[in-house]
Write a protein that binds this ligand. Structure first.
Ligand SMILES: [Zn+2]
Length: 185
């Protein structure tokens, strides 16, 4: 994981950053690994001696970033940058034949997909935002992703695939946007 994170280019100015981008990405990953729903709470736990030791020994994190800095750095990393991690993850699963147990028919895997909205605002928007215009003329801006996961009815563990952003593209001809309007999510 660390080698993938190290390979992601860092758009920040060298010398002006206290935390390495790798430490930021690894901190976010460790938060997911421990399934802590609050980034702030997770970060506070990591500051105590035991948490800090876990971070260093398990994930090789040198400096644990504050949650606000963590968000600032993560926001500037394009989601495409993490695609090689999923590619590597799946080639390892395939190589060690872990996917075979997920076949629902010979050589057939089932990938369930679902859309989820993770950002919504009436005030703050960017060029990639989906937008919904209300009768009052007000607009709601949002971001959503389509998340797929390989599943098998007999297995508790699901295997997530790379999430796909649902976004407005040039001419708004994106099929995903048409099939999954925001109010259907
Ligand atoms: Zn946006």
């Amino acid at each position: 994981m660390a080698s993938h994170f190290n390979a992601i280019s860092d758009p920040r100015k060298k010398g002006s950053c206290y935390y390495s981008q790798k430490d930021v990405l690894m901190s976010a990953f460790s938060c997911m690994y421990f399934q802590e729903p609050s980034l702030l709470k997770f970060q506070q736990q990591m500051e105590d001696q035991q948490g800090s030791n876990n971070c260093r020994s398990l994930f090789g994190i040198e400096n644990i970033p504050q949650s606000s800095q963590l968000r600032d750095v993560l926001d500037n990393i394009p989601s495409d940058a993490i695609a090689p991690i999923f590619k590597d993850f799946f080639s390892r699963l395939r190589r060690h034949k872990h996917l075979e147990g997920y076949a629902i028919l010979p050589n057939v895997l089932m990938c369930s997909i679902d859309g989820t909205q993770y950002y919504s605002s009436k005030k703050i928007s960017c060029e990639h935002c989906l937008h919904k215009e209300h009768k009052t003329g007000e607009k709601t801006y949002s971001h959503a992703v389509l998340q797929g996961a390989i599943m098998h009815p007999d297995k508790k563990q699901v295997i997530p695939v790379m999430p796909e952003a649902i976004q407005n593209t040039d001419g708004s001809k994106n099929k995903i946007v048409k099939q999954m309007p925001l109010n259907a999510l």
